[in-house]
Structure formats: structure tokens, C-alpha cells
Design a protein around this ligand. Sequence first.
Ligand code: LLP
Length: 423
Amino acid sequence: MNHFHYRGGQLLAEGVAIDDIARHVGTPFYCYSTATLARHFTVFQDALAQAGLDATVCFALKANPNLAVVRTLAQLGAGADVVSEGELRRALRAGIPPERIVFSGVGKTRHELEFAVAKGIFQINVESEPELRALSEIAAARGVRMPIALRVNPDVDAGTHAKITTGKKENKFGIEWTRAHEVFTRARALPGIEVMGIACHIGSQLTEIEPFQAAFQRVRDLVAILRADGFNIRRLDLGGGLGVPYDGETPPSPADYAKAIAATLGDLGCRIIVEPGRLLVGNAGILVSRVVYVKEGATRTFVIVDAAMNDLIRPAMYEAHHGILPVTEPAAGAPLLPVDVVGPVCETGDTFARQRPLPPLSEGDLIAFTTAGAYGAAMASMYNARPLVPEVLVKGDDYAIVRARPDFEDMIALESTPDWMGG
Ligand code: LLP
């Protein structure tokens, strides 16, 4: 469900014509819908409440850290899952209170841990024994007891793309399942730390419920073991990972997901924390781009657009599929011809779609890559000295540029040439 639709032959974001934004902002740009963000957050939160769960929804900022997007969710009551000092600063700046922020990540530096402890956030999800020792020293030195969860690696196959699966024992994340009890016992003995619970995240873009169920069951088993040993386990952070439809997939609904949590963990009396990223923002964003040329190759037609892999890297990095909509609605019965949609970057990997059946496109036409709100702008770079793609937020009939396109001087502002090179 999203709020990008055709009206009068033109693609709109809520009440705003994409073509109007393109004329004002230039292309390429990301466009987000406030109504879609709000709907996704509300549907997800309601599903958890209806399943009878005492749950806190901590938006995984990595999916879309734009301040206006985060603030939209913050105003609806979202907390944040952050993985760096930068994301923590963004969450705070967007108005998320520290007591709704969890800090995840396999390589938090001492500096980052110090910052998080100083801000008094809700919880740090510790992923290793060295991190545990570092955090213990830091918190003890400040005379506080930092609430933590230990992230365990349940060794469950999420059945998703290899680059975004995290819950197998060969993955770098979390504490090995078989050693979890031992590490919890060590943690209990350390000063500056209060062990509150268990954290677990098995991967992203999951389209089946079974891997979640298997992971939650393992968490349940661990709660029993730890409680029998006197641990007061009262929080369970279940990570994110619920998939969205990019290409006809049918991921579990928020209601199914909430029911799976309730069925395995609902009776334990624990506060549940979830860290959805993609689910909240994926469908709420599109990447709008203009056709630069249409080139007839030896064996295929290339539609060359002005967005590139630096703006949306998911197809190049994960062979990901993004829908493509012409911004001017195609005539009913328009022929669909297979084309390759490519960007201008000097790599064959800079290909958004291969042999995609699309209605005829010509120079100057606008297209939209759909479901681009998650891990789109967030993963953009300036490769090929291309400016970071701007972002626009729509609300009803209004829109605002929420990240401007940098100009050339902005792009080189942090660079300098050493004195020995002369002026
Ligand atoms: N919590 C933790 C600890 C995570 O590592 C992640 C994602 C999330 C929550 C949010 O997961 P989500 O609900 O968005 O699936 N760049 C990749 C996705 C990387 C996901 C990394 N971790 C992509 O474009 O598909």
C-alpha cells in the first residue's frame, strides 16, 4: 500500500504531480510520501498491540536516516535503532527521546559507546565479549549502570540474499548461540552493566515467517535457561527484517509477524522491541529519473537514465528488483518491449533492469523506480563525482526539499591540495 498513483494520466505522490517536482528540483531525486510512512508505522504498531504485545517500535535508521523522514516517524511515536554515532545524533536531532533508542552494531568504537552512555539511551545491544569489557569500563568510569541486551546469533537461515543474511553462525553478528549462557554469566559479573535482555536479528527482506519463528523459539529457549540461572530477563529485542513486495513477493503481514511473536514469546512478561527499517520506509519512496538517451544496441535497446548505481545501488549490489513506472501514464494497450534500463556510470553493473518489458520511452521522459525508500538515498555515494541525490518529502498537496542537491563547491569543500603543489 502506498500513495503514488496515476491521476489524469500523471503519476502523483499524494496530491503532488511528480512532473512538477521534477521541474522545480531537477532529476534525479528521491520522493517520499508522509501518508505512506504514517500508514506503515500505524499498521505495524497496531498489529503488535492487537496481538497483545507490550512492544516498542524502534525504526532502523540505516534504512533511511533523512531527518524529515525520521521526524515523521518520531512524531508518530517511533523509537530508533541506530548503528553509529552519526545515526544516534540524527535520531536525537529528529526528536526521538534517548529512552526510545537502542544502539546495535558489531563494531561500536569506545568513542561511540561513551557517547551513547553519556546520552543515557535505552539500551546497547552488545555483540561480543571485547565490546562487553569496553562498555563495562566506560560505564563504570562514569558511575552508571548501562542497560544492555546481548545479541545472540541463533544460527537460523533467513532464506534471504547472502549479503543481507545475518543470523547464521558463519556471519559476523552476535554471540554464538552455543556460548550465549557463558557470555551472559560473564556479563553479570561486570561492573557498569545491567543485563536486561536478549537481542536477535537474523537478516533483512525475509519473505517467510518460518525463519522468524525458529529464531523466536531459540530466544524463548534461552530465556528459560537464563531465568533458571537467576537472570532477570525482561526485554527481548527481535531486530527487523520483515520483507516488502518488490516483485510480487508475498511477505508475512505485520499481523502474521505480530502473531508469531505473541505465539512464541508473548507469555514471558518481557517488553518486546522491534527494529523494522525497510517495512516502514521501503514503499514510501520512489527515485525519479529522466531518460537521457535511448540507444539501440546490437542485441538490445538501452534506456539510459540520469540516475545511476551511486544513487540506488541495490540492483548492482544485491541483484535487487525495483519496479519502473513511466511518470506519464502509458496509453491503455501500449506495447511492452523489453529494454535494459541503465545509468551513466562507467560500469556494466550500473544497470537497473535487464530486458524489462516497458512501454515506449523517449528522451526526456520521466520514470520512477518504486519501493526505493529503504536503503536508497541511505546508501548513495558520490561515485563518478556525481552529487548526492536530493530528497523531497510530500504531504498532501505540499512538498519540501528535505535534502538539497549539493553543488560542485559543496562536493569538494572538504578537499584541499597540499602546499607543496603550489596554488
Ligand atoms: N536491526 C538490525 C540489527 C539490522 O542489522 C537491520 C538491518 C535492521 C534492524 C533493519 O532491517 P530491515 O527491517 O530493514 O530488514 N542494504 C540492504 C539491507 C541491509 C540490512 C542491514 N541490517 C538492502 O538494501 O537490502
